[in-house]
Design a protein. Structure first.
Length: 240
């Protein structure tokens, strides 16, 4: 249970640079001190559950380091990767704001440190500072916009174009340049997860990967991708 998790040393909320680009930046110094005293920081192992679908919304989580996968089970019982969260992202806020149980589950994709803020603390801070609640409402609106854009993308782009979009996003987050000018991506997720993110079958993704390799755009080996010509990915997006 969340309330049984023990606090451990973590980032100082007053000095946390991530706070400047998420919902918490509207808090006053006094409110940040209250947040710092109440939050619990914990390290997670790769694959460890942060919270599960169906459980009560005890509070919200703030990513400090690492990455987390948000998953949902579809009508056929398949687990679908909805999104990847990174440092500075807030998890589990919808259930708390709406008074609902968790709709999604979240798990650490690698060694991660995540802060937990109890629901009573969050509600107290929103009562003291209504701007915090407004920030969460804006976040929900942005999430709805992202969901709409994804629906449009799924309806208008080919599976190859959707996968190239995904590769570019992963390259921006997990890529590093090689001496020959190529980009090497250390994928945080499996091919099956990538297939679910673009709404394609695993077999379809395998064929797309094969064509990208035949075209000399990228080489795939397990969870390592070498993008031979990064500009080629950009060109595919530009003309898709």
């Amino acid at each position: 249970m969340v309330e049984q998790r023990q606090a451990m040393p973590g980032a100082n909320c007053l000095e946390c640079q991530l706070r400047q680009r998420n919902e918490w930046h509207v808090l006053t110094e006094k409110e940040i001190k209250l947040l710092a005293q109440a939050r619990k920081s914990r390290r997670y192992r790769a694959g460890e559950a942060i919270f599960t679908a169906g459980e009560p919304s005890y509070g919200i989580y703030c990513m400090v380091s690492g990455a987390a996968a948000m998953r949902q089970v579809d009508a056929e019982g398949n687990t679908v990767l909805i999104q990847i969260s990174y440092p500075g992202d807030t998890l589990g806020y919808r259930g708390l704001l709406l008074g609902e149980r968790r709709r999604f589950s979240a798990e650490a994709l690698g060694p991660s440190r995540i802060c937990f803020i109890d629901q009573q603390v969050v509600k107290m801070l929103m009562e003291r500072n209504p701007a915090l609640g407004l920030q969460f409402l804006r976040r929900i609106n942005n999430d709805l916009d992202d969901a709409h854009n994804k629906l449009v993308q799924n309806a208008t782009l080919s599976n190859r174009s959707k996968f190239v979009h995904l590769l570019l996003n992963l390259m921006n987050r997990h890529g590093h340049p090689a001496p020959d000018g190529s980009q090497v991506i250390n994928l945080p997720i499996s091919r099956r997860d990538m297939a679910s993110m673009i709404g394609a079958r695993h077999e379809t993704l395998s064929r797309i990967i094969g064509r990208l390799e035949e075209d000399g755009v990228a080489r795939f080996s397990g969870r390592t991708v070498c993008v031979n010509r990064p500009h080629s990915l950009m060109e595919e997006i530009r003309f898709s």
